[in-house]
Structure formats: structure tokens, C-alpha cells
Design a protein around this ligand. Structure first.
Ligand code: KIV
Ligand code: ZN
Length: 515
């Protein structure tokens, strides 16, 4: 059985998804969960692209020691240097340096000849190898590159010190047959290929990213790059959970395995979905809400007689619980803490206390508290606390079919003062948002508003996701509460708080190398 390294790029390529902007604390939480999942390599960001990325890559490299941490870099001297500054404290410093190799990218984007690209790639890899024990080199748009040219440049970068060679299908153009041919060609035409691990990285523009990744594995790739829930640029990247489960369920066929702890998959998927605001479609393989639901009578009958008639993956394999009640109103702090630790909690005492208070409050309103509820409360307490410039203290809404909806809100301002405002709107949410705009005293444009429940049942927690335009930038926000109106208010305030945090961060850090 071959071991395939899993390289997760949720925090880099995944974060490039339109509308996604994770803050420092959220990236750290995702990285810790990826470590728990057993990912071999975490691409934590693109350190030279912004001060925010630099700081979060550095913090992840300092904190997460169970996975190798890497950062993306163009083939530029100063970017490679910045990437080193961000990663030098990681357990196994690893850089991911890339340059495009397809005729169209070389001519129009880089405006370089093939010889210049080779020269540039070799120089970048040499510079990187002088510092990093692991150097991954990527041939951007490899799937549309000329194969003999690809073989030549790969041979030269391996000689220069590259230890991993990644061949991305950057535009999601290739097919399983073609990608297999490319990997076979490289394995057979690069004389020093045994000195490096081949890696595959696929985008889903034609819906073939997972199939292409599996075909590359069958043809020599020893590393697969993917994102949780398949998020990423345009149509996204190959989805981690689909590849991992395909390799596990069809071991007979692929003869390959990963080091992942599969029962952490569902939780990882939920965390990424919550923090990015990207909803997982209910029919999504492995992690969708309907992935294990049998609707038709014939199927249900078969499953009752023998599960294997229609079920090839058990929900337990990927950590899907059956919405089980885990705690109730009378559960004590001890049982609560134990359950949280089991769910992966490793926050501070203050965060534990905050989650406990929220739990007690929810238990007064909801009979059975499930793992999903606890996970939602815990996520709010650990990542929500980092961004509270404005804080909601009280909210009251008057709604009647014949009245004008009115909201009255008490808020704590960034300077510590408490203010009360009231406002109206044509609906309750609009009344709340108009009132909040008065408190913040600056125009806030609502671009998107979405709501979903944490669990089934009328007493479920509500999760609201918004995108707003505030202070010249677009920001997303989320809020969780037992009441949909409170969740709506929290999401809006969260988006404003995130904009302020980002602005403060950028003002404080003028030189990323000094972080
Ligand atoms: O899709 C791509 O080509 C990439 C590279 C930077 C590896 O993401
Ligand atoms: Zn990519």
C-alpha cells in the first residue's frame, strides 16, 4: 500500500474563493483542526502577499507542530526571503515556490522566453534550498505545458534542490486520461525524478478535480493537494474529503492510503463552512447533509435489511453523528468541559467560561443539546472573541403585521461607552440594521444575507452569514444565536468588527519582516 501525502491548501487556494476572508484567529483554528485531521502538509498562506497573511503563516508555523507548514512564494528573491521569515520557526520549514510553464502563461503573463523561465526557476529553487530543508516547486498551468519542456525544467529544478514537484491543472482543463499520461511521461523522461516526490493539484472548472487527482495518484503522484469542502478559486479545488474517502473505500483499486483520521472529516468540514460562510450543498459527497439519507422506499427497505445494499460509506467513518443529545440543562461544568475537550477544544479558561455561559443560556431554551450545538457555541467563543470592537448588549424588536417594525439596541462602543439607539424598517431585520448603522454612524451596505439552522428542530440555533460594504471594504460576518433576529444583529456587528480589526492590523504593521 503506497502512502500518499495530503497537502491541504484551504488556507491559501481555498481562501482565494470569492467572498472569503478569514481573520488571524480563524486561520489558526482551521490549522489546528487540520493538524487534528492528520494532514501531512498545511499551506498556511502566501506570506509575501499581505501583512495579514505573513502574520497568520508565522503564527501557524509557531503553533502547529504535528503537520509540516508551508507558504506560497513567486520566484522572486524578496518573496522567498519573506517566506523564510514567516516559516523559519516551523517544525519542518517548507517553501512552495512556483512559476508558470505553459506557452500562453510564459508569453502573455510572464513575458519571458522558455529559457528565461528555466533560469528563473533554477535560481529561485537554489535560493530556497539554501534555507529550507523542503522545497516544493510548482509548474503553474503544467497541464497545458509542452511535455518535453516540462521534463527539462523539472530535471533542472531537482538538480537545484527541489524535493517535491507539483504539476497543477491550474485552469481545470485536463481529463483523468490526460493527467495520467502527463505523470507517466514525467516519471519516464526525467532521469533524476527518484530524488523528488510528484504532487498533483487540480481545479474543478470541468467538475473533474477529484477524478484527476485520483488518476494522477494511479500514475505516480505521491502527494495530493486539496481543500476542505473543495473551496477555492473559481469552481474550487479538489475536495479533500472526497479524495480521502475514495482512497479508503476503494483501497482495493488504488492500493494507496493516507494518514488522515477520517472521523475528523465532518467536524473539519463544518468548521471550514462556518468560518468561511461557504455553505456545503446538501448533496455534496461525504459531507453534505443528505450524503447518508435514504429517501426512496426501496432504498430504505434495502438498508433496513442490510445496510450494505445501498450504503458504501458509513456515517461513523467520517464522524457524522446522528444529531445525538449529549448534554442537558442539568449537566455540570465537569461533564461540559469533558465533552468540549472531546470535540477538540483547547482554548483558554476564559473561553471555556464564555462557552459554558452560552451553553446554560441555550439549555434554558432548548431541551436537548447536541454535539452540533456545542460545536457552534465553542466556535463562537474561540474565534468570535478576537473581534469585539462593538458589542451587542441588548436587542428588542417590535413587530406586528400592522405596525412599523422597530428595533431598540444597546451597544458597547469601541471607546467603552454604552449607547442606546432605536430605528425602524420595513421588516424586523431591516429595522435592526438601520439602527446598527446609526450606532456605527457610517453607511453600511448589505450585499448578502443568508440564514441556516445548526440542527433539525424548531428549537435549533440560527446561523446568519452576511457580507457588507463598510469603510471602503467588503467584509463578511457571521452570528449564531437561538433567535434569528439576534443572530442577524450579531452577524452584522461581526462584519463591522472584522473591518475595523483588519484596518487596525494594517496600520500597526508597516513592515512585515518586523512582525
Ligand atoms: O492552481 C495553481 O496552479 C496554483 C499554484 C500556485 C500551485 O494554485
Ligand atoms: Zn490552485
Amino acid at each position: 500500500m503506497r502512502k500518499i501525502n495530503v497537502f491541504d491548501t484551504t488556507l491559501r487556494d481555498g481562501e482565494q474563493s470569492a467572498g472569503v476572508n478569514l481573520n488571524f484567529q480563524e486561520k489558526l483554528e482551521i490549522a489546528k483542526q487540520l493538524e487534528r485531521l492528520g494532514v501531512d502538509i498545511i499551506e498556511a498562506g502566501f506570506p509575501a502577499s499581505s501583512q495579514g497573511d505573513f502574520a497568520s503563516v508565522k503564527a501557524i508555523a509557531q503553533t502547529v507542530k504535528g503537520s509540516s507548514i508551508t507558504g506560497l512564494s513567486r520566484s522572486l528573491e524578496r518573496e522567498i526571503e519573506t517566506t523564510w521569515e514567516a516559516l523559519k520557526e516551523s517544525a519542518e520549514p517548507r517553501i512552495h515556490v512556483f512559476i508558470a510553464t505553459s506557452p500562453i502563461h510564459m508569453e502573455y503573463k510572464l513575458r519571458m522566453t522558455p529559457d528565461q523561465v528555466v533560469e528563473n526557476a533554477v535560481a529561485a529553487v537554489k535560493q530556497a534550498a539554501a534555507k529550507f530543508p523542503q522545497v516544493q516547486w510548482s509548474a503553474e498551468d503544467a497541464s497545458r505545458s509542452d511535455l518535453p519542456f516540462l521534463a527539462r525544467i523539472i530535471r533542472e529544478v531537482i538538480d537545484a534542490g527541489a524535493t517535491v514537484i507539483n504539476l497543477p491543472d491550474t485552469v481545470g482543463y485536463t481529463t483523468p486520461y490526460e493527467i495520467g499520461q502527463m505523470f507517466r511521461y514525467v516519471s519516464e523522461h526525467v532521469p533524476n525524478i527518484d530524488k523528488a516526490i510528484l504532487s498533483t493539484h487540480n481545479h474543478d472548472d470541468l467538475g473533474m478535480a477529484v477524478a484527476n487527482s485520483l488518476a494522477a495518484i494511479q500514475n505516480g503522484a505521491g502527494q495530493v493537494e486539496c481543500t476542505v469542502n473543495g473551496i477555492g478559486e473559481r469552481a474550487g479545488n479538489a475536495s479533500l474529503e472526497e479524495i480521502a474517502v475514495a482512497l479508503n473505500i476503494r483501497q482495493d483499486h488504488y492500493q494507496a492510503k493516507t494518514n488522515l483520521t477520517l472521523k475528523e472529516i465532518k467536524r473539519t468540514s463544518t468548521l471550514v463552512s462556518k468560518l468561511t460562510g461557504m455553505v456545503v450543498p446538501s448533496n455534496k459527497a461525504v459531507v453534505g447533509a443528505n450524503a447518508f439519507a435514504h429517501e426512496s422506499g426501496i432504498h430504505q427497505d434495502g438498508v433496513l435489511k442490510n445496510k450494505e445494499t445501498y450504503e458504501i460509506i458509513t456515517p461513523e467513518l467520517v464522524g457524522v453523528s446522528s444529531n445525538r443529545m449529549v448534554l442537558g440543562k442539568h449537566s455540570g461544568r465537569h461533564a461540559f468541559k469533558d465533552k468540549l475537550v472531546e470535540l477538540g477544544f483547547n482554548g483558554s479558561d476564559e473561553q471555556l467560561q464564555k462557552t459554558f455561559v452560552a451553553f446554560k443560556d441555550l439549555a434554558d431554551k432548548k431541551k436537548d443539546i447536541t454535539e452540533e450545538d456545542l460545536f457552534a457555541l465553542m466556535t463562537e467563543a474561540t474565534v468570535g472573541s478576537a473581534v469585539s470592537h462593538y458589542e451587542l448588549e441588548t436587542l428588542q424588536v417590535n413587530y406586528g403585521t400592522t405596525n412599523i417594525p422597530t428595533a431598540t439596541i444597546t451597544m458597547k462602543l469601541p471607546n467603552g461607552e454604552t449607547v442606546q439607539e432605536a430605528g425602524t424598517g420595513s421588516g424586523s431585520v431591516e429595522a435592526i440594521y438601520n439602527t446598527l448603522e446609526r450606532v456605527v454612524d457610517e453607511p453600511i451596505l448589505l450585499m448578502d444575507y443568508r440564514i441556516q439552522s445548526t440542527t433539525a428542530g424548531r428549537d435549533s440555533l440560527a446561523e446568519v452569514y452576511v457580507t457588507v460594504q463598510y469603510d471602503g471594504t467588503e467584509s463578511s460576518g457571521r452570528g449564531t444565536a437561538h433567535d434569528v433576529l439576534e443572530a442577524s444583529a450579531k452577524a452584522y456587528i461581526n462584519a463591522v468588527n472584522r473591518t475595523i480589526s483588519r484596518k487596525l492590523f494594517n496600520e500597526q504593521r508597516t513592515n512585515p519582516l518586523k512582525v
